[in-house]
Design a protein. Structure first.
Length: 101
């Protein structure tokens, strides 16, 4: 699992994550963060293996990525604003989940 926290104007590209015990990638309290060409894979029966999880972020773009996980492909938790998600291949996970503030 990877955690990116309290970063500004950051771009992450081309990461492959395989079989983590929890989230593949966690974005926490970042501003202007772009993620693209990410591949995350976990068995379909593995709990809590969200592809990307966001909390408290502003200006996040998740683009051109593939998530085959046992939980949410992308989970947008509390305190996020200006989140853009496009061209995501998702499955067998639960899709994209938004927690309303």
């Amino acid at each position: 699992s990877l955690k990116f926290a309290y970063l500004n104007n950051t771009e992450v590209e081309g990461i492959t994550s395989l079989n983590p015990k929890f989230f593949h990638i966690a974005l926490l309290n970042n501003n202007n963060f772009k993620v693209h060409n990410i591949k995350a894979t976990a068995p379909k029966d593995s709990p809590n293996t969200d592809g990307i999880h966001l909390e408290g972020c502003t200006g996040v773009k998740i683009l051109d990525s593939s998530f085959a996980t046992g939980d949410d492909c992308v989970s947008v938790g509390q305190g996020n604003t200006d989140v853009y998600i496009s061209n995501i291949n998702c499955g067998p996970g639960h899709g994209i989940r938004y927690v309303l503030n």
